[in-house]
Structures are given as structure tokens and as C-alpha cells.
Design a protein around this ligand. Sequence first.
Ligand SMILES: NC(=O)c1ccc[n+]([C@@H]2O[C@H](COP(=O)([O-])OP(=O)(O)OC[C@H]3O[C@@H](n4cnc5c(N)ncnc54)[C@H](O)[C@@H]3O)[C@@H](O)[C@H]2O)c1
Length: 540
Amino acid sequence: MQDIEIFSSTYRNSTNRYGKKDEFSNIGKKIKDGELKIAVYGLGHVGSPIAAVWLRAGAHVIVTDKSSLVLENAKKGRTHVPEPGVNEAFKKGLDENRFEVYEDPVKASRDSFFKMICVPVLTDQTIPINRYRSSDSHTRNSADLTAVTEVTKAISKGLKKGDVVALNPSVPPGTTEEIVLPIIEQTAGCMDNNIVLKNGNKKKVSKKKFQVEKDFYLLYSPERIFEGRAIEDIEQRYPAILSGVGPRSLDIGSQLYSLVFRKGVIKMSSIQSAEAEKLFEGIYRDVNIALANELAKFCEKKGINFWETRAAANSQPYCHIHKPGVGVGGACIPIYPRFIIDIAEKIKMNCDITRLGRITNESMPAYCVKQAVQLLDEKNRKQNTKRTCVMETNHPAKGAIITLLGIAFRGGVSDTRLSPTYMVVDEFKKLKVSEIRIHDPLVKDDPNLSGLGLKYGGPKVKNTEKNTKVVITLTQRLDQAITGADLIMLITDHPQYENLKPRDLHGVPFYDGRGLLDISRFVNYNSFSSIGVGKGIGNI
Ligand SMILES: NC(=O)c1ccc[n+]([C@@H]2O[C@H](COP(=O)([O-])OP(=O)(O)OC[C@H]3O[C@@H](n4cnc5c(N)ncnc54)[C@H](O)[C@@H]3O)[C@@H](O)[C@H]2O)c1
């Protein structure tokens, strides 16, 4: 056709944007020069430190998130995630014009070269694992990939030839190749047959779909950070676990990750192995914690001090008995076993040990509450009050004031996701206590508390929900939480609690759900009674 000429789009040719000869060369320099930008999707506990690490490496970083609050904070160089070094990196990035906050995820993709997906992948945790069976568990334990698919679609719409996409959350094996890849290949493409008519108008002829390994690259790399030291973990502590859908993806991914992971890159031979690797880390922890819980219960019943026994056993180099406790929380360990159990059922096999581990750990909050209530019973007997034995209709916990130490899912962090404290609150609600006071040195407010059917709004806020008269309070003042309480239950192993002194506890019966307190310091304290996980009533 004489009256048309081919319109030259930026990434028109089948060669990628670096040219054929040196397609992956000088990536480090191009990233530092800002020629190739990094985009981070999801600015939470994982995305924030990842963005910070790339900023610290001198890169130009674009961030985007669906939460307007998160974006507003980022524009001011702040994050809601209390992760050392992140705010500093954001502020420096803003000062040097290397940090951009986008509301439009498609534009973030259009303007970037390397896109990292850091959004959450969760499961429905509302039903205990022991109530799932067969077909039911298929839907209940399945991963919720809504955020991943949303972000992948946005990235695909802005994807250009030569771009690289990495999925970072922990996901069921198969997610990258069976969910993410098809979305990109169905959506992404370029108008390389765009034409310009003689009158200057452009006409779209067809969209050429992108093919992975030829037009773009796809990686899976699980994030392995420990909250509270995420930057250090990425930069210094761990090698990156890396997989690509093909050798070219793996090659370019390896060059990229080597820029920030000083310990280098462990290249996996398949994406599914890398996806499974992260889940195995969590399941190993979950099952071992379950074993510790079982042995702790055994010790309680037999009158053996679990903690002393554990320390002695672990002096043997092949023995690594974990710590028992009132529950396993956080957005990782409680979730990963469910992913594996779900897939195992689909491929018609049993993962009984994984399942039993989860059942054991999910039973711990209720178990520990039952144990702790024995202290109330004992207190009531001593005081000869009307509240009598656990077995009688008038439960000793009825009307009691309970203090829970910690709502963070583990010590040293303010993250409350899937904290066992919520399950403990539920248990005490069933026992019709009158008041539950939660103390946490790191958590100022927690909207999840209202999800328990209780109104939260600071200390001493009456619950106005029907059918319950429980008052729930959250405070950072220990004396306020403890004065006048009937029972204290330690749930989170915050370092601050290790140094609790007898006078801090006002003689209130104390249940140690983490084996944290050195109770020998309390022996001479008048009538103080304490038990805890691994230290049953027989060990007092
Ligand atoms: N937290 C950890 O320590 C940790 C460690 C290793 C792996 N992981 C994995 O990383 C994943 C993410 O964890 P996290 O702790 O960062 O979660 P998070 O909840 O702290 O942060 C996720 C962020 O993504 C944003 N988001 C959610 N949906 C979005 C969407 N559709 N589009 C754009 N943004 C969206 C949220 O607003 C939030 O800011 C987890 O699901 C887990 O698999 C977490």
C-alpha cells in the first residue's frame, strides 16, 4: 500500500530494548543511571524494605499500592511498617528525585523496566483446619490470589518489550506459570504494526501478543525476610532464591538480584521448586513448633519441667526442639501449610504430618486458656469466693478481669496479623469474663479487635454489641493493664516482658504462654502463683 508507512513504536522489533548483542549487559549501570527503573507493587512489610533496598543500591524506584494512606505516607517519605532503614531510604530517594509514588499501576508498569509484585496472598483462616475435610478444604485452604491477579493485569497493560516481572509473595506451587504467566501473555503486547496514514492519523492494525522469554521475562523469587531486620536480611544475611520461566529469565534475574543480595543468588531449576521452597521453610517451623507443643503438654501432665529438658536435649547437635507457645501467628507460618494441604488433596495424597501440625498449633490458644483458668480456680479457692471449681456451672472465669500481655504475633514487632491473642480473646469471651485488657508495648491501636465483635477505642471502652458485656481495652501502660486484674496471661514474647518483676505483676496469678519468665526470681514473693506452657500445675 503506497499511502501508508510503518509507524515506529519504541519497542517495535523482536529484539529487546538492549539490542541483540548485549541484551543483558550493563544492567547495573543502567539501573544506577535511572535509565531502567524498578517498580514495586504493594508497599507493605515486604514491599517497603524491597523498595528501600533498591533505593539504597542507587536505583530509581517507583512504588504503587491500592491503599491511598500508604501512598500518602510514601509521598512524605514514610511507611507504616516499622522496619529499620526504610524511612531513611525513602526520604533520601525523594531528596534525590529517585523515588516516585504512583497511583496508577499501569503507568508504573509503563515507566519501569523491572516490576516486583509484593502484594499479600492469604487463605480463609476463619475456620479451624480440623473442621476441613475433603471437598470442603479445596475452597477453604486455597490461596486467595485476588491481589496478585489484579496487579498482574495492571502490569501486563503497561508491559513493554524487554521488561522483567518478578512475583515475590509465598504462593502455592504452580501460581507463577499457571496464573501469572497466562494473564501476561493474554494481555500484554505491542502495536508493532501501527500505521500512520498520509493525513497523519494513526491506525492500529493488530496487537502482537508478547511471549515470555522472547518479549518479556518472568521470575519467581520468594521473600525470606524476618520482620524487624528485613533490609539486613536482603542485603547481607540470605542469598536470593531465584527461578525463571526459562534460561533467559533466570539469567537476567540473576544479574538483577546480584545487585542487592550480597550473599548472591541460588538459581533453582524450576519455578515450582522455588515456590515450594518458601512454603517448606514455614511448614518446617510449624510442624516443629507443634512437636514442641506436644512435648510441652506431655511434660505438664507428667510433672516434668519442659524447658529444662529441652535445653538439655538441644545440647546434642542433631536435636533442635523448638519453643512451644500459646499459638503461631503472622501472615506466613499459619498459612503455608494450608497451601500444601490444599494441593495435596487435589493431587490425591495426604500430608498428615503437615495437617496434624496445624491442628495442634491451632488448638493451643484454647488449651492455654484452659490451663490458665486453673490459676483462677486456685485463687478463688484460696479466697474462698463464690467462684468455684472449673467443672461447676459457675465457671471461675465468669466475671473475671483478664490481662493479656501482647497482641503482636511475635516479640519485637507490632504486626498483629493472625495473632493468637485474637483466639485467646474469643476463648475468654466464651467463659463470660467481664473485662479483657490487652497490653502491648508496640501496638497503639488495632482495628482487628472490632472484628472480634468488640468495640475498641482506647482504654475502658464499653462494648455495645448485643449478647456480650465484655469490656475490651488496649493500652501501652502496664500498670493500667494489671492493677485489679484476676489473671495475667503472657502471649507475646516481647523482650520487655522478660524483665518483669514481682512488683510489676501485683501478685496477680500469671500464666506464661511463652516460657519467657525466669520464675525463680519470684519464689519468695508472697502467694504468687504462676504456671505456663511446659510448666503445668504439677510443676508449681
Ligand atoms: N511479612 C513478612 O514477614 C513476609 C515474609 C516473607 C514473605 N511474605 C510474603 O509476602 C506477602 C506480602 O506480605 P506483606 O507482609 O508485605 O503484606 P502487607 O499486608 O504488609 O502488605 C501488602 C501491601 O499490598 C497492598 N495491596 C494489597 N492488594 C493490592 C492490590 N491489589 N494492588 C496494589 N496493592 C495492593 C496493601 O495495601 C499493602 O500495603 C505475604 O502474603 C507473604 O506471602 C511476607
